[in-house]
Structures are given as structure tokens and as C-alpha cells.
Design a binder for this molecule. Structure first.
Ligand SMILES: *[C@@H]1O[C@H](CO)[C@@H](O)[C@H](O)[C@H]1NC(C)=O
Ligand SMILES: *[C@@H]1O[C@H](CO)[C@@H](O)[C@H](O)[C@H]1NC(C)=O
Ligand SMILES: *[C@@H]1O[C@H](CO)[C@@H](O)[C@H](O)[C@H]1NC(C)=O
Ligand SMILES: *[C@@H]1O[C@H](CO)[C@@H](O)[C@H](O)[C@H]1NC(C)=O
Ligand SMILES: *[C@@H]1O[C@H](CO)[C@@H](O)[C@H](O)[C@H]1NC(C)=O
Ligand SMILES: *[C@@H]1O[C@H](CO)[C@@H](O)[C@H](O)[C@H]1NC(C)=O
Ligand SMILES: *[C@@H]1O[C@H](CO)[C@@H](O)[C@H](O)[C@H]1NC(C)=O
Length: 490
């Protein structure tokens, strides 16, 4: 960073030496970068929570999205048309919660729980084979209680009594007192399907119950209630300053995902000017410069072999150890919070990234051709999709109203038979053509045509697999071959 270069050589040497020393106070620049990286997810947390709390009328209540995204929808970037969402902002500071999940056996669904930093620490749903019923969610500052799910049927009667298991399927110990949930249900495409999902949404419930005594009476007085004011008042309009302010308000009450890293986190936040619930600019601190430095590091970390794995044909993805639940890898966490906040862990989904081109773009005489070696291997109720987005990352207007293709579409093999709905072609390839909406391909391509923006332009394509089989990640099944070709026309 520019500022460091102006320091005398002796100070530089000292900085370099003190950098790795675990107990010494970190230098200002590295502490500031650390704080910005560590606290960054609180920025999307606060902004999305403000929206959810407005539509749900507060914390600890579900808001249900009732319709699928269309090209007019511009609330979030890269919306999917695979699942219908609900959302709730969770505040466990003064109460426990009961989450009631409905009986859903005809489709993929998941009730993910996220801590305030976006770590996906528990998933209830089809992949976990969760039972319908009630789950208590609690936060305790008792460090001997590991965060996670304990099924009431899997613990001793004595322990079940201690945990107040009566009438419950399980107890979820939260990582942080503030958090969120974003339940989602797969859409099958059948005509009455949204009505079915609405019924599931209406059967799902979340409500507060008193904390059992003497669970954590101490916390109860100490942790502030999660309010609109805490998330939204008197914040700077500058993103870096806002991250520091939110970190000052939220981090003291919301522990690190990995408790053994807490002391290092505290030391760095303090050295960066975060103390006693307030952020104070430090003499010589250049937040913009440090924030830029974190952006450079994010680019490096997302390319690092250590964090990613190869899926074949120039596709890669995050390793399962850093997807959705990030441990102490705060840089990956910041990267995901920037690009795709509230990621699920790999036990639920796979989000491949194409590395063969740094950005995607078509002109009106070009197309992208995807060749799948065979049907992607999925677990029961699993699904997959390929969705096209325009330069603004919104869905693309087209006459067919097709925004995504996948296992629920009428894809055909080259002989015209259906890829799904016919068992005779288990292991043969099929193709998807991504071609501008105004450049009609020959008729036999119609059901495999995913329209790109008319006349071409910058675009992005997202491939998503839910409840994927291990073959997709262990090298047995390669992600699709992607080629840029001349547009296919009569
Ligand atoms: C919103 O919640 C408040 C209490 O928190 C309640 O008084 C009010 O009636 C609720 N409004 C709606 C529209 O549900
Ligand atoms: C959040 O804060 C901004 C800036 O002060 C304000 O314009 C907005 O109305 C606030 N939103 C809510 C829901 O209070
Ligand atoms: C927690 O972090 C420490 C070092 O900070 C590391 O040694 C340990 O493996 C981590 N634990 C988990 C469960 O990730
Ligand atoms: C940070 O990066 C932006 C955009 O890349 C640049 O305009 C700005 O000058 C940089 N600021 C500092 C302080 O390095
Ligand atoms: C599209 O791009 C290709 C490759 O650069 C080029 O050969 C072709 O002339 C372009 N077509 C149009 C209509 O711009
Ligand atoms: C697939 O084809 C069937 C029969 O023609 C039709 O009813 C259905 O709507 C089609 N599905 C999609 C997703 O286009
Ligand atoms: C359409 O027909 C052409 C020519 O026979 C063939 O090469 C191509 O694979 C077919 N495409 C699909 C999706 O069936």
C-alpha cells in the first residue's frame, strides 16, 4: 500500500516481523484490512435484513416470496427460477425460537440457518432427511455447547430433559445470537405447483418462546435486541466506513465461527479502531486503501488452488471446506458475501464457475454451446439448471419466456427424444444452445434453446446443482463442455 512505502526502512522491517507474531498488537494496516474482511458480510446482512424486516414486520417472522422472478425483477442480482423463497431475520438475544417445518416429500426443500456473518451452520430439509415438526433454536454464551443440530431422538433421556426436548424433533444451538434463515422449495413447473408451495410456506412457522431458566440470564441483559436502528441508523454512506461501524455494533455480541480464533479477531478489531461498540478513525488509517487491498486479495484467494477444485472442462468450484460455512477463511467469506451472499454448503448445492473466459459476451451471430456428457448425477429430489443473465445480471426478456433450462425442461437428445421422461438414454450426451433471443435456431433446437439478450452483448450464465451426487465433484462426471460457436440457424 502507498502509505507503507513512505515509512523508514527500519519501521518496515519491524512491521514485517510483527506481522506473524500471534500475540503482539497487529500493525494498523493489516488490522484494518482484517477488520474490513472480517466485518464485510455484516454489510449485506444489514441491508438484506432491513428489507426482510420491513416486509415481514420485524425479526423472527417469515416473509414468503410468492412468485418466481421475471425479467422485471431487479431486487437481487442473478435471481434463480428454480426455487421459491421465504426469509426471516433471527434474533435470539432475548428469547429462543421454535421453527416448525412442514411435511414436504415431493420435492427438494431446505431450511438453512445462517449466522450473522453468513455461515450456513445447519440445514434442515430433504438432503438431511429432516423430520417435519418443531425445532428449538437457541443461543447460549456457554462455550461448552457446540453450535449445530442435536436430534432429540439421538440423545439420552437425561440430556433430552436438560434440553427441554419435549414435543421437539431437535435443538439447534446457534453460532451467533443474530442470524437469518432463507427456506426454499424447488419448483417443478407443473401448473398448480406454486399453489402447493404456498401451502408449504403457510404451514412453516417461526415464533419466539422464553429461554429456559437459568439458560443464559447473563447474556439476556447484555446483548441488545436486533432492531432497525441497530442495522440502519447513523451509518456512513461510504461502504468501508459502514462496514467498520456495523462491525463495531455487531461483532462484540456475535462470536467468531471458530471460537479459538476469537482472541485474534478481538485484537485486530481493536487495533483497527473498533472498541466499546464504536468505530473511531485511527491516525494514519486509510480505510479506502485498505479496502482496495482486500479486493486485490479476494481476487487472489478466489483463484487459489487451495480453496478451489476442478470440475472438468474449465469449470471449478470452492472446496467443500470453504463453501457456505467458512471457518476462519474470512477472505473467502468476504468474496462470497460480495458475489453471492447466503451460499449453501456443498451438502446442499454445487455452484460451478467457468474459468475458460474471464467474461461472457456474444454478438448477434454467435452462440454458446453446452455439451453434457450425460444427465448430471443427482440424489433423489436433486435438480439442476442453467440460467442466463444480461449485463445487469437480470433475467433476459424473450418470446418463449424461458429463463433457465435443466432437468425440469423438455430437453431433447439429438434424435429428438426427451432427456428427462425416458429411460433409454442413460449415458448419452445432450446439448444446450445459448443464442440471442432474436436469432431463431432450427426447430429441433427449440426446447434446448436458452435465449441470450437480443443482438447479443455482455452476459453471464449460472449453472446450479442441488443435491448433487459425489460424481460431480470427484472427477467421475465432468461439468459440461462449453464452446463459443457460430449461431445455429436454418
Ligand atoms: C407489526 O408488528 C407490531 C408489533 O411488533 C404489531 O403491533 C403490528 O400490528 C404488526 N403489523 C402488521 C401489519 O402485522
Ligand atoms: C435506512 O436508512 C436510510 C438512510 O438513513 C433511510 O433513508 C431509510 O429510510 C432507512 N430504512 C428504514 C427501513 O428505516
Ligand atoms: C479453528 O481455528 C484454529 C486456528 O485458528 C484451527 O487450528 C482449528 O482447526 C479450527 N477449528 C475448526 C473446527 O475449524
Ligand atoms: C481504490 O480503488 C479505486 C478503484 O479501483 C480507486 O479509484 C481509488 O483511487 C483507490 N483508492 C485508494 C485510496 O487506493
Ligand atoms: C461476431 O464475432 C465474430 C468473432 O469475433 C466475428 O467473426 C463476427 O464478424 C462478428 N459478427 C458480428 C455480426 O458482429
Ligand atoms: C413440456 O412438454 C409438455 C408436453 O408438451 C408440456 O405440457 C410442458 O408444459 C412442457 N414443459 C416445459 C417446462 O416446457
Ligand atoms: C438438430 O439437428 C441437427 C442436424 O440433424 C443435429 O446435429 C442436432 O444435434 C440437433 N439438435 C438437437 C438439440 O436435437
Amino acid at each position: 500500500m502507498a502509505k507503507l512505502n513512505m515509512l523508514p526502512v527500519s519501521v518496515l522491517a519491524f512491521t514485517a516481523l510483527s506481522f506473524g507474531a500471534p500475540t503482539q498488537a497487529p500493525d494498523l494496516d493489516s488490522a484494518t484490512e482484517f477488520a474490513l474482511t472480517y466485518g464485510f458480510p455484516l454489510y449485506p446482512y444489514a441491508s438484506s435484513s432491513v428489507e426482510v424486516m420491513q416486509v415481514a414486520n420485524g425479526t423472527n417472522k417469515f416473509y414468503h416470496e410468492r412468485a418466481l422472478a421475471t425479467p422485471d425483477f431487479n431486487q437481487v442480482v442473478s435471481p434463480n427460477v428454480d426455487t421459491l423463497y421465504s426469509a426471516a431475520v433471527l434474533d435470539l438475544s432475548h428469547n429462543d425460537l421454535i421453527l416448525e417445518i412442514p411435511e414436504v416429500d415431493d420435492r427438494y426443500y431446505v431450511f438453512p440457518l445462517y449466522d450473522v456473518y453468513g455461515n450456513n451452520y445447519v440445514n434442515l430439509g430433504s438432503t438431511s432427511k429432516s423430520k417435519a415438526g418443531k425445532y428449538r433454536i437457541r443461543y447460549t454464551s456457554d462455550k461448552s455447547q457446540q453450535p449445530g443440530l442435536q436430534l432429540c431422538s439421538h440423545i439420552t433421556r437425561k440430556r433430552a430433559t436438560e434440553l427441554n426436548c419435549d414435543g421437539l424433533e431437535g435443538i439447534i444451538t446457534a453460532v451467533t445470537p443474530y442470524g437469518s434463515s432463507q427456506p426454499r422449495y424447488a419448483v417443478t413447473g407443473a401448473s398448480d405447483d406454486l399453489d402447493k408451495i404456498h401451502a408449504f410456506q403457510d404451514q412453516s412457522k417461526i415464533y419466539t418462546v422464553a429461554k429456559p431458566q437459568p439458560d443464559n440470564a447473563a447474556n439476556k441483559n447484555e446483548i441488545p435486541k436486533l432492531t432497525m436502528a441497530l442495522l440502519n441508523s447513523t451509518l456512513s454512506s461510504d461502504m468501508a466506513v459502514k462496514v467498520m461501524q456495523l462491525t463495531a455494533r455487531i461483532a462484540p455480541y456475535n462470536p467468531a465461527r471458530n471460537g479459538s480464533d476469537q482472541a485474534r479477531v478481538d485484537r485486530n478489531l481493536k487495533a483497527a479502531g473498533i472498541d466499546n461498540g464504536k468505530y473511531k478513525h485511527q491516525p494514519g488509517q486509510d480505510l479506502q486503501c485498505s479496502f482496495n487491498a482486500t479486493k486485490v486479495k479476494m481476487v487472489a484467494v478466489s483463484k487459489s488452488k487451495k480453496n478451489s477444485m476442478d470440475l472438468g472442462h474449465e469449470w471449478s468450484t470452492l472446496r467443500s471446506s470453504v463453501q457456505g460455512d467458512f471457518g476462519t477463511n474470512y477472505l473467502v467469506r468476504q468474496t462470497v458475501a460480495t458475489a453471492g451472499y447466503l451460499q449453501l454448503t456443498q451438502s446442499e448445492a454445487l455452484y460451478p464457475t467457468y474459468t475458460g473466459e474471464s467474461s461472457m459476451r456474444l454478438n448477434e451471430s454467435q452462440a454458446y454451446l453446452f455439451t453434457f456428457e450425460s444427465k448430471p448425477p443427482l440424489k433423489e429430489l436433486g435438480f439442476w439448471s442453467l440460467t442466463a443473465y444480461n449485463a445487469e445480471h437480470f433475467l433476459i426478456e424473450n418470446d418463449l419466456n424461458v429463463y433457465s433450462l435443466g432437468d425440469r425442461s423438455n430437453l431433447t437428445y439429438s434424435d429428438g427424444t426427451l432427456v428427462y421422461g425416458n429411460d433409454e438414454h442413460e449415458d448419452v450426451p445432450f446439448q444446450i444452445l445459448v443464442q440471442p433471443a432474436n436469432v431463431q435456431p432450427p426447430k429441433n433446437w427449440t426446447s434446448n434453446w436458452l435465449p441470450a439478450a437480443a443482438n447479443g452483448g455482455d452476459m453471464s450464465l449460472l449453472l446450479r446443482f442441488y443435491a448433487q451426487e459425489d460424481e460431480l465433484t470427484n472427477g467421475k462426471y465432468k461439468a459440461p463442455l462449453l464452446q463459443k460457436v457460430d449461431a445455429i440457424v436454418e
